[in-house]
Design a protein around this ligand. Sequence first.
Ligand SMILES: C[S@@+](CC[C@H](N)C(=O)[O-])C[C@H]1O[C@@H](n2cnc3c(N)ncnc32)[C@H](O)[C@@H]1O
Length: 300
Amino acid sequence: MKDQAFNSIENFIHERSMLCFQGHKRQVLKSRLRERLARLDLPDFGAYLELLKISRREESALLDLVTTHETFFFRNPAQFRFLMEKIIPALEEERGQAVVRSWGGPVPVSPGSVMKLRVLCAGCSTGEEPYSVAMSLLETLRYPKAWDIEILAGDLSKSCIESAEAGYYEDERLKGLPADYLDRYTERRTGGVVVNDEVKRLVRFCPLNLGNIVNGEDFPCTGDGVAFDLIFCRNVMIYFSVETQQRLVDALFNHLAPGGYLFTGDAEALHIYDHDFRTVHDAGCLIYRKMGTREHGQAV
Ligand SMILES: C[S@@+](CC[C@H](N)C(=O)[O-])C[C@H]1O[C@@H](n2cnc3c(N)ncnc32)[C@H](O)[C@@H]1O
């Protein structure tokens, strides 16, 4: 009975998040749950399961408890270097040329429709990743004001989203953020900094459950069928089963615009899946590209 209730809690978590606990992760889950029971003064897993069935608040606390939120600014610097040195300049050049070329044609395109940049940070934790992307764009784009930029950043954890929206980071969490970026993109507060409005304006935080995306739903807070130019999905897939990982890779491919890029975590190389991405070998780190009509044949 004891194990049955534990299994039911595990299923409950899986149904809501796709998180998968195998091997030692099961033991970690068990001990985290025991701590939670002690805190709530509940006698056993069965009692906790009953609470979960009636309390959305406890469901949210549980998902916070079982997810790992480790993150930091400019995590995996090689990816950000390639983004800033190669991808962003090439994108700006290509989009700018498309606008200029259209001036000679019968129907000039409006720059507003071309200079759009849609970025997704899936599993953004407390916000360091999307803010690093925003700072990279502001640093690198020659004409940032010409762009309509939106970085959609989502996470399963409500407390992470709240903290990300506040954009406050204690000093010990600023590892990875260069000193001159601190000056340009943050404001000092007691014991830490807050990300400034120029950066915050580019990022929209939303609750996001990748389990829903895998099951074919659209991303929240976007118009239907939006295609992203860049997707960061780093250090999240590792918590899913291989079957879910494969479905997630397929879903991300479908949500990426032709020519767009996918950034994965260091332990999330795509070679074990069946996919149509092209590895960006020049990058020397895990970046993948969806080839397609818009950029066909163009190398970055
Ligand atoms: C280890 S952090 C990675 C943060 C950031 N991407 C990075 O690489 O630094 C993993 C994040 O994925 C989130 N996560 C786990 N399962 C998720 C799901 N099903 N949908 C959305 N986010 C999820 C967790 O809440 C956590 O904040």
